[in-house]
Design a protein. Structure first.
Length: 86
């Protein structure tokens, strides 16, 4: 999984079974088990087909910054009035 794809998934408020399959590299059945495990601990939304992102992070005691890989801005990439500094 690329950092960009990871950022895309974890930028959403909810995770679907497909998202969990991709994150955990598991098959459909195992992704469903993971969702049920998370929902047994916490279920903010009470919607059977999705898991709230915070429920996922809380269930596995994961820090948000572990999953949000943001691009570091380099000084030469900051836009000035004339355009991007080079």
């Amino acid at each position: 999984m690329t950092p960009e794809r990871r950022l895309e998934i974890f930028s959403k408020e909810v995770l679907t079974k497909d998202d969990i399959q991709e994150i955990c590299c598991v098959e459909d059945t195992k992704a469903g088990e993971i969702m049920r495990t998370i929902k047994a601990r916490s279920d903010r939304l009470h919607v059977s087909t999705v898991v709230h992102i915070q429920d996922y992070l809380d269930a596995y005691k994961l820090p948000v910054d572990r999953y949000l890989m943001t691009k570091k801005i380099r000084p030469y990439e900051i836009e000035s009035e004339e355009g991007i500094n080079k």
